[in-house]
Design a protein around this ligand. Sequence first.
Ligand code: SAM
Length: 347
Amino acid sequence: MEDESWMKLILINQGYFISSSLKALVKLKVPDILNKAAPSLSPVEICDQLPLRSKATLDSSASQLGRLMRALAMFGVFQECPSSEGEQRYGLNAVSKHLVTEGNSESMVPSMMFFPKQYNVWDLLPDAILEGVQPGSKAHGGKSVFELDPAIVKVFNTVMSAYTRRTMRLALQVYDGFQHAEVIVDVGGSLGASLEIILAKYPNVKGINFDLPAVVEHAAKVQGMENVGGDMFVSVPQGDLMLLKWVLHDWNDEKAIKILENCRQSLAEGGKVVVIDALLPEVAEKSEEYSLADKNAVLYDLAMLTTGEAAKERTYKELEQVAMAAGFSSLSVRARVDSASIIEIYP
Ligand SMILES: C[S@@+](CC[C@H](N)C(=O)[O-])C[C@H]1O[C@@H](n2cnc3c(N)ncnc32)[C@H](O)[C@@H]1O
């Protein structure tokens, strides 16, 4: 068997060529162009719909674009649909459909465009390791993401909502733990996207969307949902189900424990906390090939490393330790959608 180690390393080393090429195509709205023109277009036909600086460059523009499309099709992002004459033509496939923005409230494009643009911190990593300070913290002068320029925070909240809509839609297909709650408090609920989806399915449930005052100001107005501004490190509103979705991963253990303690204090008798976060695989679980969900979880952890002050994803055992330290008695992983695990925590 040929030794493929050299080529494997090239794939990793130059993997950003693929993500950067994709970003260029998304900026040019190529997935939207392909979506309207289904089933397929040639690079010249795609370029014909782009605002080229001069029509005279159509062929050379199409040649560049065709090279990007070929690479991305080889990496499974677009569908190659060659004509009977062998002309290069491309269409959308299940992967690139997530890159359509028009009429798609769950598009991946807002988050793709937001993170690397706002937080170009990868170059800070070597020094961050030597100094023992997370680059996310270095880049933001020790502030948390939520204390940044309000304009950036506003875009961040919109980005989160698009991601959340997909996760919650899938979560409700496999998890029924919200059904019998009386009052769900979504702690760090942002613009209310999670509760909006839960309440649409369970209209008898009441929801409290709890977040920083400056965030809830822009939150959705939804029947059965109250928007409450406050600080989860001080206290959270009362309810019988506390939802913490993509919240604990923003904080170090000390702060995560404080959030959980405040949830426990406001939890009605018989209530529970539902955490939705990407659980990392335990080292001991290491197999030959990690699943896509595990690899996604580890990418989220790197996103936390490079955006947050002390943010991190946790393994089940790490989450259990934090929950026990906050006075809870047990946990149960109820489901996983994409790389997001749904974990119930009981007092
Ligand atoms: C990563 S976002 C997750 C948003 C939402 N749960 C979701 O999954 O889409 C974390 C949220 O925590 C909120 N947050 C940060 N600090 C907070 C605090 N001290 N009190 C309440 N919410 C806070 C942020 O404003 C943000 O909306």
